[in-house]
Design a protein around this ligand. Structure first.
Ligand SMILES: Nc1ncnc2c1ncn2[C@@H]1O[C@H](COP(=O)(O)OP(=O)(O)O)[C@@H](O)[C@H]1O
Ligand SMILES: [Mg+2]
Length: 266
């Protein structure tokens, strides 16, 4: 297997981190919202780019979805200056480019364009004022996600501890490998994040062990447990860290932020 932790160029700015898994409902958005919040809380300057037409990251910060070009749609297609569509959130140091339902058409619109896999990279590569840009990706392997993988330095892969998890992961790593071999040789994996872990369920433990055996230290030590406060928080338009900082969900995302930063130093 390739070493997915090694990059040719580890010093590029801004650091763009895609949160990706072709499956829906595995914790991508929850991870984008809460990792971004935890890093902003310790003084990092963060931008979150919501590339999912469902817009759950946008609403997860209590922001209404954007319209037309004033959103990640305009940024993805290179039709607006991203700085003009960045929205401040109520969290200091955390900004967002919101999603819009128009994104659903972007795959088709991109298809006929010459640099169709380079568009996002061209749009966001000059946003050097941010320490990190987190890209919340939609499910699937369409052109939106190819753009996200091309524009990113790193990826975080949330993985729900369920039966078919490993199968999907093999497919995702094949895609990452072909991206590294072609359009983005600098793409590296920051880590696989086990999410919605249920310690009362033997299957969760079995899957977690399997993933660790196979992917070793590519897997974050931090595990995100299944925690009702996390889903409650998102229905209130808040990161769980602000909704209930003492909950196990909040504590584990704060721990993840620490581990993420410690991996940055290696
Ligand atoms: N650790 C968790 N514990 C409980 N519910 C969670 C957890 N992580 C995510 N959820 C809930 O599961 C659903 C799917 O999560 P989400 O982050 O939106 O996944 P994705 O972005 O991969 O589709 C959401 O309703 C979210 O609130
Ligand atoms: Mg999502």
């Amino acid at each position: 297997m390739q070493d997915f932790t090694k990059s040719w160029d580890n010093k590029s700015v801004p650091r763009v981190v895609a949160i990706i898994n072709q499956k829906g409902g595995v914790g991508k958005t929850t991870t984008a919202v809460n990792l971004a919040t935890a890093l902003a809380a310790i003084g990092k300057n963060i931008l979150v780019l919501d590339l999912d037409p469902q817009g759950n990251t946008t609403t997860g910060f209590g922001i209404s979805k954007g319209r037309g070009l004033q959103s990640s749609y305009g940024v993805l297609l290179g039709l607006v200056n991203p700085r003009e569509v960045v929205l401040e959130t109520y969290i200091s140091g955390l900004s967002i480019i919101s999603s819009t339902i128009d994104l659903a058409a972007a795959e088709i619109e991109l298809f006929s364009q010459k640099d169709r896999d380079q568009k996002l990279k061209q749009s966001i590569c000059n946003l050097t004022e941010y320490d990190y840009i987190f890209v919340d990706c939609p499910p699937g392997f369409g052109l939106i996600n190819i753009n996200a993988l091309n524009a990113s330095n790193k990826i975080i892969i949330p993985l729900q501890c369920e039966f078919y998890a490993l199968e999907g992961l093999a497919q995702l790593f094949n895609t990452i490998q072909s991206i590294r071999n072609t359009i983005n040789k600098n793409l590296i994996v920051s880590g696989i994040l086990l999410t919605m872990y249920d310690r009362r369920n033997g299957l969760s433990l079995m899957i977690a062990n399997d993933v660790r055996t196979h992917f070793k230290n590519l897997v974050f030590n931090t595990i995100i447990p299944r925690n009702v406060k996390i889903s409650e928080a998102s229905s209130h338009g808040k990161p769980v860290i602000l909704y209930d900082v003492r909950s196990v969900g909040a504590i584990s995302y704060i721990e993840l932020a620490r581990e993420f930063l410690s991996r940055e130093l290696k």
